[in-house]
Each structure stands twice: as structure tokens, then as C-alpha cells.
Ligand binder design. Structure first.
Ligand code: NAD
Ligand code: IPM
Ligand code: MN
Length: 366
């Protein structure tokens, strides 16, 4: 049987730095008889610099053809002056949209060794294990009309549109209910049905999917602003949270800090099954290109490495290997290895991005 195929898109800033550590992990699995066919491409500013576009048609074609895409991060101040249409972030949005990766899984797990590093108290976050399912291909990120226009009164008007259809809501709700069945069996759906019609539809459609297809799963609804508050008040009340594109973006960054650092949070973006039965899939850390620390060996590669663990689990049915990789990360943290973002108030000497990757590979092998 052919090896599973991966397209790696390191991107910008710390993207290539953290992805280099994932390559070490992939190479280690290769030595264990679990080989992947890996190709690499450009996205974001790196692609703009080479081709004048943040995502080319040729790279898009490769992304559609492989079993899974691994992405680092895109963006950076150098590209802030660019036209909106060719900004690095547009490359990421293009790949999400064209691959129709509607279900973005953003797990927030607090490793015991890091419970003191969260900005919240240990007992609030210790043992935390929640899954945010963010709708990723619709909502205000993509809705029309959009743009900046003259308002005909001498000023300008900026327009974006929040728009969701029945099908878009139902399919991501199904992803959340499926996940909940394999976890704590509880879904909390978040929107702003108190002020937004799209929120009313969201609530009704999630309820419909529940009543008709998943009556065995517990479902609750919450306004997203209250959800943000509850996430920092008592995050362990949640199991699976399902929410729209924009709320999911904000809530998942907030959830990241529950785990100790944004450098810890992986994600999987999944679409419909392909002919081979595997879902269309892209795996990426939740964090961005971190221009403030790029090129200094300070980036934490764990979010990107755990994103590869998600690829093992969700694309390749290698749950045991995924668990093995997650355990290796846990062990390295328990042994006291810390990149700069994981330095607690008591300080200490941080290790580099590359040393963290080496330590994880050593723990895998050990
Ligand atoms: P960011 O996530 O890049 O950085 C936020 C803060 O977290 C920074 O202080 C950074 O140093 C720190 N941080 C992030 N990842 C880290 C890691 N792995 N290890 C240690 N520290 C880490 O967000 P930002 O500064 O708002 O955005 C910077 C650029 O990244 C922007 O161009 C933005 O559009 C882009 N971005 C891209 C993605 C993506 O590619 N998926 C996600 C978010 C932001
Ligand atoms: C994320 C990022 C992206 C988003 C940007 C870079 C387009 O913040 O993946 O969370 O807003 O979705
Ligand atoms: Mn974000």
C-alpha cells in the first residue's frame, strides 16, 4: 500500500521554525516503519514573495490531492501594507474555503505539568480537556456583501455580512455531536441569538440536529459573551463547544491561555470524506507567525507537533501513535523542559525550539 501523503506548508515567521521540529517527529516515525510521502510548498507571505500570491493554483491543486495538509503559520508586519486580496491571511482563508474544511477542532487540554503556568489558578485549569468546534468556511469571514465604500456623506463605510445556511449549521453541529459521543457526551452551542437573526437560526438548527439525530447527547445553549466569561470562570464545565467562525476564533484564543500558552494549542480542520474515506484535512497550530519572536529560536513547537498528532488520529486512524506522541510531549513537560513562553513566575533557563523538538523525539524513542 502507498504511504500516506502529506503537503507541508511552513508559511511565515515562526511557521518554518516549528515545522522543522514536526519534520523530526515525522522522520522518527519513518524509522519505525510508519513512513509518509512528504512534499513541501509555500503559503502566505513566503508564497507572495515567490509568486505574487499568498496561495497559488498549483499549490491549491496539491493540497486537494494529498491525504492531509500540515500548515505552520502565515502573516507578518512586512505584509501589512499589501492589498487585502494578496495578504498572507487570504492564502489561509482560500485553502480552508476551497477544501471546504468546515469543522475546525481546537482542543484545549491542560497538561498537569503546566497547570501552574496558566494565568488562572491551578484548580480552575488542572485536568482541563475541552474541545472547541469552530465553523470555518462561512459566517462573517466570507459573507457578502463586504468591502469598504464611500458612504456618500464624505465618509466611508466598512461592511461585512454574517450569513449562515441550514446546511452549514447542521453539518458542523453533527461534527460536534459525533465528537461528544466519544468524549463527555455534552455539547454547548454558543451564539448571540439575543441580538442576531443568524444566531436564532444557529440555535434552532443545532437543536434540530440534536432532536432528530443525537437525542442521546446532552445539549445546552449559551450566549457567546457569557461563554467567554464562563470559559475563564469555570472552564471544566464544558466538554464540546460548537460555535461560529468569528466567535470560535476569539473563544479558542481565550481557551489557549487556560493551557498555559498559545504555543500549546493544536487544531484540525476537517471537511467531507474523500474517495479514500479520509476526510479532507488541514492541521495547524492555533497561534500565528509570532513576528515578535521569529528567528530567535524561542517559539514553542508543541502546538504544531500536537497538530501532527491530530493528523495521526483524524486522518490516518493511528490513534495509538497519536497517543504515543501526546504522551511524549507530556513527559518532556513533566521532566521540566520549557520554552520561553512556558516560564513561570519563578523563572529558569528556557530551551530553544530545536531543543524542545529533540527532547520530544528522545521521549518518543525512550
Ligand atoms: P500570534 O499568535 O502570532 O502571537 C500572539 C502572541 O503569542 C505573541 O506574543 C507571540 O510571540 C506568542 N506566540 C504565538 N505562538 C507562539 C509559540 N508557538 N511559542 C511562543 N510564543 C508564541 O498572533 P498575532 O501577533 O496577533 O499575529 C501575528 C501574525 O500572525 C498576524 O499577521 C496574524 O494575522 C497572523 N496569524 C496567523 C495565524 C495562522 O496562520 N493560523 C493565526 C493567528 C494569527
Ligand atoms: C486563526 C487565525 C486566522 C483566523 C487568520 C490568520 C486568518 O487567527 O486561525 O485563528 O482568523 O481564522
Ligand atoms: Mn485566531
Amino acid at each position: 500500500m502507498a504511504n500516506p501523503s502529506l503537503l507541508i506548508l511552513p508559511g511565515d515567521g515562526i511557521g518554518p521554525e516549528v515545522m522543522a521540529e514536526v519534520r523530526k517527529v515525522i522522520d522518527w516515525f519513518g524509522t519505525q516503519g510508519i513512513a509518509f510521502d512528504v512534499e513541501e510548498g509555500l503559503i502566505g507571505g513566503a508564497s507572495y514573495d515567490a509568486f505574487g500570491a499568498p496561495m497559488t493554483d498549483a499549490t491549491m491543486e496539491r493540497a486537494q490531492a494529498v491525504d492531509a495538509v500540515l500548515l505552520g503559520a502565515v502573516g507578518g508586519p512586512k505584509y501589512d501594507v499589501l492589498d487585502f486580496a494578496v495578504k498572507p491571511e487570504r492564502g489561509l482563508l482560500r485553502i480552508r474555503k476551497e477544501m471546504d474544511l468546515y469543522a475546525n477542532l481546537r482542543p484545549a487540554q491542560c497538561f498537569d505539568a503546566l497547570a501552574d503556568f496558566s494565568s488562572l489558578k491551578r484548580d480552575i485549569v488542572a485536568g482541563l480537556d475541552i474541545m472547541i468546534v469552530r465553523e470555518l468556511t462561512s459566517g462573517i469571514y466570507f459573507g457578502e456583501p463586504r468591502g469598504i465604500q464611500d458612504d456618500n456623506e464624505g465618509g466611508r463605510v466598512g461592511i461585512n455580512t454574517q450569513r449562515y445556511t441550514t446546511n452549514e449549521i447542521r453539518r458542523v453541529a453533527r461534527s460536534a455531536f459525533e465528537l461528544a459521543r466519544r468524549r463527555g457526551n455534552h455539547v454547548c452551542s454558543m451564539e448571540k441569538a439575543n441580538v442576531m437573526e443568524s444566531g436564532i437560526l444557529w440555535r434552532e438548527e443545532v437543536q434540530w440536529v440534536h432532536d432528530n439525530e443525537y437525542p442521546d447527547v446532552e445539549l445546552s445553549h449559551m450566549y457567546a459573551d457569557n461563554g467567554a466569561m464562563q470559559l475563564v470562570r469555570n472552564p471544566k464545565q464544558f466538554d464540546v463547544i460548537v460555535t461560529d467562525n468569528l466567535f470560535g476564533d476569539l473563544l479558542s484564543d481565550a481557551a489557549a491561555m487556560l493551557t498555559g500558552s498559545l504555543g500549546m494549542l493544536p487544531s484540525a480542520s476537517l471537511g467531507a470524506p474523500m474517495a479514500n474515506g479520509r476526510p479532507k484535512a488541514l492541521y495547524e497550530p492555533v497561534h500565528g507567525s509570532a513576528p515578535d519572536i521569529a528567528g530567535q529560536g524561542k517559539a514553542n513547537p508543541i502546538a504544531c507537533i500536537l497538530s501532527f498528532a491530530m493528523a495521526l488520529r483524524y486522518s490516518f486512524d493511528m490513534g495509538d501513535q497519536a497517543t504515543r506522541l501526546e504522551r511524549a510531549v507530556e513527559k518532556v513537560l513533566a521532566d521540566g523542559h520549557r520554552t520561553a513562553d512556558l516560564m513561570g513566575p519563578e523563572g529558569g533557563t528556557p530551551i530553544t525550539t530545536s531543543q524542545m523538538g529533540d527532547a520530544i523525539v528522545a521521549a518518543l524513542a525512550g
